[in-house]
Design a protein around this ligand. Structure first.
Ligand SMILES: NC(=O)c1ccc[n+]([C@@H]2O[C@H](COP(=O)([O-])OP(=O)(O)OC[C@H]3O[C@@H](n4cnc5c(N)ncnc54)[C@H](O)[C@@H]3O)[C@@H](O)[C@H]2O)c1
Length: 379
């Protein structure tokens, strides 16, 4: 008999769906001692939340997250709501002794994130942040190759996350679907939304970032606000590019924008080491490009590794070799690793503390964008 792990999900938007899909699949594909139970989903619109619960198989609904947290039949609180709600919900959930899975970015700012880390560590509850790209098998394979020392000393890290959905100046800010354009809900623009993913992957693969020099821009300065009905100043960064120095001495460039016409979600990174290089592209997420200078000269070149074999990370849990998986599977892997962490007592990352490091880099980037100087990443 498996131990039930009763989930209480808050938010039924994009991530609410991605997480629900992961909970639904994880026990079918991974051997775990726990059985995920979709106990309750919470969102403010009663009719819509009931509809969501029926579609995804949640046993019950709530319209106030405080009531969800107060319930004794919930073990894990999953925060899939806009960024400005993460801290308040997480602090209350930790106080109630619940395990917490929180969407990224951890918080609006580093200082807010520190309070969240202190709360989960004081309560001793399992915690994790949904930086899911770590668990795309090709990205996990990149981590394995780096940890095995295949690349040797690392000189360069290059990351981009490009989109094009906010170019229209008539697009309003705020409210359902557009909270990302409202600084009060999002905290920042592309820095917290997209670069946070790039930073989490980079720190995981290549260690801590020591300092940054950034430029940020807000191309559309005013937009109508959906909640107030008035034209208001836009407070988010529409685009951000920054240089970084890692503590290991390697140099990096990061770029993100929502104004790169033609790009919908182009997350790419490339790492150049003394012996080898790797690169990865979200649009071709099941492949890892690998170049090894130690290969025999006449056949040396970039290899395109189709990460779908049984000895590739996570792949033995899926289909037969050669058949690839996709975006949604990274969330299934994250749930599986979270549960294994609970079962073994060895927490899987990124924990709140790990995610705080990304938050501190984001803070330094935004500070540098304003000061136009190099800024150290705070502790
Ligand atoms: N890991 C990833 O790749 C990834 C991708 C997208 C979004 N995110 C993060 O996930 C979070 C949610 O983003 P999204 O794209 O799912 O947004 P969304 O707008 O699609 O959904 C947000 C949900 O939160 C609900 N909500 C808002 N305030 C609430 C409250 N006070 N109480 C209960 N429900 C409330 C909304 O009704 C909606 O259901 C954000 O923090 C975002 O940064 C992460």
């Amino acid at each position: 008999m498996k131990t039930p792990l009763r989930v209480g999900l808050i938010g039924y938007g994009f991530m609410g769906r991605a997480h629900s899909n992961a909970y639904a699949k994880v026990n079918h594909f991974f051997d775990l001692e726990h059985q995920v139970v979709l106990k309750a989903v919470c969102a403010r619109d009663d009719a819509k939340v009931k509809d969501f619960a029926a579609r995804w198989g949640y046993e019950s609904t709530e319209t106030d997250w405080r009531k969800l947290i107060a319930r004794e039949d919930i073990d894990v609180i999953d925060i899939a709501t806009p960024n400005n709600t993460h801290a308040e919900i997480a602090l209350a959930a930790a106080k109630a002794g619940k395990m917490i899975l929180c969407e990224k970015p951890l918080s609006m700012t580093g200082p807010e994130g520190k309070k969240m880390v202190a709360a989960v560590e004081k309560a001793g509850v399992a915690n994790m942040v949904w930086y899911n790209y770590r668990r795309v098998p090709a990205v996990t394979l990149a981590k394995q190759l780096i940890d095995e020392g295949r690349l040797g000393r690392i000189f360069h890290y290059r990351a981009k996350f490009l989109q094009d959905w906010t170019i229209n100046p008539e697009l309003p800010q705020g409210g359902a679907g557009l909270w990302r354009l409202d600084v009060k809900s999002a905290g920042s623009g592309v820095t917290g939304d997209l670069l946070a993913h790039c930073i989490d992957t980079a720190v995981w693969l290549n260690g801590s970032i020591a300092g940054v020099s950034a430029m940020t821009e807000t191309f559309v300065k005013e937009r109508k606000h959906n909640l107030s009905g008035k034209v208001e100043k836009v407070g988010i960064d529409d685009a951000c590019a920054f240089l970084a120095r890692f503590q290991n001495g390697s140099l990096a460039t990061f770029e993100s924008t929502r104004y790169a016409r033609g790009h919908k979600a182009l997350y790419t990174f490339e790492i150049n080491g003394e012996n080898a290089s790797i690169s990865w592209d979200l649009h071709d997420l099941h492949r890892l490009q690998y170049f090894d200078h130690r290969d025999q000269g006449t056949t040396r070149g970039w290899r395109s590794i189709h990460v779908s074999d049984g000895d590739h990370p996570y792949m033995k849990n899926w289909w037969v070799p050669g058949l690839q998986i996709g975006y949604e599977h990274s969330f299934v892997h994250q749930v599986a690793d979270f549960i294994r962490g609970v079962e073994t007592g060895k927490p899987a990352g990124p924990t709140f503390r790990d995610a705080l490091e990304t938050q501190m880099v984001c803070d330094a980037v935004l500070k540098s964008g304003k000061s136009r100087k190099w800024e150290k990443v705070g502790k």
